[in-house]
Design a protein around this ligand. Structure first.
Ligand code: DGJ
Length: 746
């Protein structure tokens, strides 16, 4: 940058010779640009190329003549390495603050002597391959201070996913201060950039919005401490040049594996170059890093596609099932939950009656939700009892063990809700351990849902949480499922345990949560545990390493759910999304069932209030689901028509050998006599023939062969026809739906 400014007085001296000056100016500006853009003044000298590649994507780094590490390329893999060398060294890969950087840095550090700068030069690189995964580590060092920054990139070849994180270490005498510590910095160069973000609130999770980035900074972040999500989800799409569709356009999709405050920052600079920085939110989180203690950032997981959002979602889904989610290919239990059916108003008899409903439906498990604990302060509402994990004697005189037995006697498993990180002020736990709570000295307590957050950074609190789970499972080893809730964010943040390091609280809290989960998983490796956070507050791959599924939202109105589930489907596989059929909303039971079926189906309903016809329909739906769930969970997902584009939504799943598919079609609020075009299917084998069957029909509804104009149930079509001509689906009447099964016929 210095070179460029130094040229200006020289140019002014030549002002009399205007023409010559103009030419000279042009040449000089060009030369000065080269000397700025190409370090060391040696145009594009690449001393070393470092490749991070999947089957289709390449992230290429180069070491320049100045020994700095540059990001040379991010996009579709090029056939020849020589071609990468034709590119310019424009963007330093992981930009430190304090020297010549003029935009947002990836890292900022203040050394022991007060020097607030860092210079990072390439020192070493290594790669290791294990099966499908190649991990590249690049070590950068400061030439003047004993600081090392390791950038790690794990490339998942078949899944086309890159997972990256950073490890920061030093050997200075005293702690250094880290005020920025990105998991990833990525650079893009395009004419235009389109950012898709997902935001909302409680019961309005995952609202999708796309906008064109303008010069300056756009930040997606949260400052919630105990959870990443609520107002903003740690996920994004960035489309280059044009908005991408499901099947076209260059798009990068990224997400951060961190169950706490996060930041994703997009800065468009003076040369229209974009830097994307993702990581823990550095807000109020200055970190005092001790000598030789590595600071390991959370993982940023991303994928790239030159053919639109559908492919990036499928990449995420495959990666998540193979690597990102606990037991990603395992079984999941269909369940009946009592939350919306009873709220806090239940006792032993009412519960055992509900077991009958679960059995009748044919689900695998009954899940007892909030309200089963507390004696001095019984949990009869959300005002009391939280933290006192003993069965309420008046409600459950024979305890949990009896409920497990009763459920099993009826042929179903039993699962239970806990919210172990929280406490009501009206509880014995609060009375006994006031020092176990995150709260500011000299300030009033601040409640959200009448509760406070426990100070999980305190090892005694970690033991308490672990013990609660461990004791319960030791006493009742046949508990088949846990729902782990977290109903509030942090406010008035102060840890009595961490004392002087208050800016560490948010980071240490999440690390402590993972520490507890490590202990639980070491002892109970496969027990299904649902991640829940007052609706969809914890939906991230940091937590999903320990959890088998998540609760997307407390909003179970089926129309709202189409949008919410649609949003999550971009980044998370269906096997993780718990979709329950409830009585919220005005839609028919069939509509609600069809919506829940596009993920991990469950119920939260009073079965004894169903009509005979509804019960018969539901029993058949559970059977259909059991037959199709393998395909829904593990098949490739194709979002065919988005509810954001039309008054309908169509989504389908295709199994690996393309012999089986299921399609869900939902009509929202189409205008009278609306004529929808045929729906062209995707992902099938053009050379195969498929029989089409409508399932989940409700008697009294449409009979066989009655839907739409273009085809009949039971008819056979070629994959070619279905993908080129398509089906005319029955989506003209408001709030109707259809589930269509496609089976290969030989
Ligand atoms: C919030 C969850 O999202 C609900 O499903 C339910 O478990 C309640 N908490 C219970 O308090």
């Amino acid at each position: 940058m210095g070179h460029k400014l130094a040229l200006l007085p020289f140019i002014n001296l030549n002002c009399k010779l205007m023409m010559r000056t103009k030419i000279l100016t042009g040449i000089l500006i060009f030369l000065s640009y080269l000397s700025f853009a190409q370090p060391g003044g040696r145009p594009n000298e690449i001393k070393k190329l470092i490749k991070v590649e999947t089957e289709r994507t390449a992230l290429i780094f180069a070491v320049g003549a100045d020994q700095k590490l540059y990001q040379l390329y991010l996009g579709e893999k090029l056939a020849s390495d020589g071609d990468y060398k034709l590119l310019n060294l424009l963007n330093e890969a992981y930009i430190p603050a304090g020297t010549d950087n003029l935009f947002e840095p990836a890292i900022r550090m203040v050394h022991n002597d007060g020097n607030p700068s860092l210079e990072l030069l390439f020192a070493d690189t290594s790669t290791a391959t294990e099966g499908d995964v190649t991990t590249t580590a690049i070590i950068l060092k400061d030439p003047k201070y004993p600081v090392e920054v390791k950038l790690v990139y794990a490339a998942f070849s078949k899944e086309n996913i890159i997972k990256t994180w950073t490890e920061i270490k030093h050997q200075e005498k005293n702690p250094v201060i880290l005020s920025n510590y990105a998991s990833a910095m990525l650079h893009l160069n395009a004419d235009k950039y389109w950012l898709t973000q997902f935001h909302g609130d409680w019961a309005k999770e995952m609202r999708m919005e796309e906008s064109q980035l303008t010069a300056g900074i756009k930040t997606i972040d949260s400052k919630l401490g105990t959870r990443a999500n609520m107002y903003a989800t740690p996920v994004f799409f960035l489309s280059k040049n044009h908005q991408s569709t499901e099947t076209s356009g260059e798009v990068i999709a990224g997400t951060l594996g961190w169950t706490g405050s996060f930041q994703m920052l997009f800065e468009l600079d003076n040369s229209n170059s974009l830097r994307m920085i993702s990581g823990i939110n550095p807000f109020a989180s200055e970190y005092h890093l001790k000598s030789n203690e590595p600071f390991i950032t959370p993982e940023f997981i991303f994928t790239y596609s030159a053919s639109g959002k559908g492919e990036v979602s499928r990449n995420f889904h495959k990666w998540a099932r193979n690597y990102g989610v606990l037991d990603g290919h395992g079984n999941r239990l269909t369940l009946l939950n009592n939350w919306e059916a009873t709220y806090f108003d239940f006792d032993e008899n009412k519960l055992t009656e509900l077991f009958d409903g679960a059995k009748e439906l044919g689900v695998d498990l009954f899940l007892l939700d909030d309200g089963w604990f507390g004696n001095k302060y019984p949990r009869s509402s959300d005002r009391s009892g939280l933290g006192d994990w003993q069965e309420t004697k008046t409600k459950l005189p024979h305890g949990i063990g009896y409920l497990v037995e009763q459920a099993e006697a009826k042929g179903i498993k039993f699962g239970i809700w806990i919210e172990p990180e929280m406490v009501n002020p009206k509880s014995e736990l609060y009375e006994k351990h006031p020092d176990w709570i995150l709260k500011l000295p000299n300030r009033d307590e601040h409640y959200y849902r009448n509760q406070l957050v426990l100070d999980l950074t305190n090892p005694q609190v970690q033991d308490f949480v672990f013990k609660l789970v461990d004791d319960m499972l030791t006493k009742n080893p046949r508990i088949g499922f846990i729902k782990w809730d977290c109903n509030r964010m942090m406010t008035n943040i102060y840890s009595p345990y961490l004392k002087e390091n208050q800016s560490h609280v948010q980071i240490e809290y999440v690390r402590s949560f993972y520490r507890v989960m490590e202990r639980i998983r070491a002892k109970y490796p496969k027990l299904p545990i649902m991640l829940c956070s007052g609706g969809g507050g914890r939906t991230d791959y940091g937590a999903l390493k320990y959890f088998t599924e998540f609760w997307p939202s407390d909003n179970t109105d089926a129309v709202e759910r189409i949008f919410i589930q649609w949003g999550y489907s971009y980044f998370f596989p269906t096997i993780t999304s718990c979709n329950h059929i409830t009585t919220m909303g005005k839609q028919s039971l069939k509509f609600r069932t069809d919506v829940a079926m596009m993920g991990k189906m469950g119920y939260d309903i009073r079965v004894n209030e169903m009509t005979k016809e509804e019960l018969e329909f539901s029993k058949a739906a559970v059977q259909n689901y059991n037959r199709l769930k393998e395909l829904i969970w593990n098949g490739d997902m194709y979002r065919i028509i988005s509810p954001y584009d039309e008054e309908r939504a169509v989504i389908m799943y295709v199994n690996e050998d393309k012999s089986k598919s299921v399609l869900f079609s939902y009509a929202l609020h189409p205008r009278a006599m609306n004529q929808f075009s045929s729906v062209r299917l995707q992902g099938l084998d053009a050379s195969k023939k498929y029989r089409i069957d409508e399932i989940n029909k409700m008697s009294g509804g449409r009979g066989p062969g009655m839907f739409g104009g273009g085809f009949q149930s039971g008819k056979i079509y070629s994959g070619d026809y279905l993908m080129k001509v398509g089906l005319s689906l029955p989506n003209n009447s408001e709030l109707t739906s259809a589930v269509i099964e496609l089976t290969e016929v030989k």
